[in-house]
Design a protein around this ligand. Sequence first.
Ligand SMILES: Nc1ncnc2c1ncn2[C@@H]1O[C@H](COP(=O)(O)OP(=O)(O)OP(=O)(O)O)[C@@H](O)[C@H]1O
Ligand SMILES: [Mg+2]
Length: 257
Amino acid sequence: MSKVIVFANQKGGVGKTTTTVNIGAYMAEKGKKVLLVDFDPQGNLSSSLGISDTDEGIYEAMMGHITVHDVIRKTPQENLFLISSNLNLSGATVELNKVNKKESLHILKSTLEPVKKDYDYILIDCPPSLGVLTINGFVASDYVIIPLQCEYFALEGLKYMYSMTIKRVQKNLNPNLKIGGIIFTMYDSRTNLGKEVIKSVKNTFKQTPEILFPTVIPRNIRLSEAPSHGVPINMYDSSCIGAKCYEKLSQEVLERV
Ligand SMILES: Nc1ncnc2c1ncn2[C@@H]1O[C@H](COP(=O)(O)OP(=O)(O)OP(=O)(O)O)[C@@H](O)[C@H]1O
Ligand SMILES: [Mg+2]
């Protein structure tokens, strides 16, 4: 059975999608069979892999318009597969609120169930909110990984997501959900701010320092260029610092989950 990992942070633009696609790509390069699930109506994960304007994606599978087997696509990377997303998913929030509350939070989990045996890892990329979509992501997963941008407001919201939302999900909806860890992203070694943020996050988690992944992802222009070429960083520029760090990080994730 596959291990399911959700990448979440209610803050926008912190590197969730970049982290999901590149960790997935390196896992696949190491021979794991990986399914990426774009669970954000913006569809950034899909377009990062050169797939856009799809009218059959995760929303259509959740609503039963198409089987989950039929929405899985190949990507440019061998061993890496994708369930795309489109703007229809934004309407799901309204539709899910119409069904029985508990049932509405388990729809992603039950949608992915038939393909869980086919992959080593399923990685879910969430939208920047703690709404019904992200909660569905938590319910469907074994691990949550939190990308954290090395910027001033990074810690705001993190404490809430960690101590309120995740704890509540563990208690009421998915006792199996574990914290996979926190990943520092977009670190800029030329400024003191990044160092300060890392220091204060380390201080916040001083009782459980192992929660922080050792590899820090630096700010690297190549990482922001790769999506416009529709390929993950290993296929765009495998020698850049961003690629090296995501490769190392993917190894750390494989060792941990
Ligand atoms: N390490 C990095 N160095 C430079 N640019 C980066 C890095 N990581 C991500 N980016 C760029 O920053 C922007 C935001 O990253 P990304 O889309 O991965 O964040 P996100 O958390 O998924 O955003 P959203 O909340 O909108 O879904 C993108 O343009 C991306 O290419
Ligand atoms: Mg994103």
